[in-house]
Design a protein around this ligand. Sequence first.
Ligand SMILES: [Zn+2]
Length: 215
Amino acid sequence: MFTYNVDSFLENELVQIREIFYDFMAGFTDKSFCKMLGERKEWLPPVYISDEVIVIPKANGPFDKQLGKSIKKGYSVFIYYEAVKEYCCTFHLENEYESALSMVLAHEFFHSVHRIWDEKAFLQDASPRTGISMERKHQLTESLADYFAYFWLESHEDSDYAIVAQHRKGLWQEYASANWPYSSALVFVNSPEIFFEILRLLKSNPAMAYRKLSS
Ligand SMILES: [Zn+2]
């Protein structure tokens, strides 16, 4: 599957993902976000590629292994390559393995930058004060990250990326009725302009962000 080293592949992808991220976020004029980006110019998360397999308890989507994660410590990113391999085998994307890894990397990169700016969006305690459950927060953060990953894949001429992007969009559609958290990314496909609004609201008024996302 790989003609060269996976670490250097991901390293290369990450630099390009950051570039696309800057383009993508150019219209987001939120003061504290711009300040954060200014302070973290050229910043990239540490990326660890791991053979760990983590089963998602009570998964309600098309797969039940975690593909990657972003953690608070160092805002590091983990890519679980065995799970990504399984994802590719399950959906007949064996020839698009690299693009699938890249999708996971972009998704987790987004989480990491989002975390730096708004750690609250990821906190485990959803208090009655914010009026939103952890599940709903999860839906908001996942749909944002997944849409960015989709945007990243779609920014390529290379058809491998487009295949993985279209497949992912198909999963959103297929599992929307099952309430798969990632499916809410469809909202942004239809109205990309709402992305920044949700991002801003999630920080200032999560309950309102959720209402907006599901209206
Ligand atoms: Zn995620």
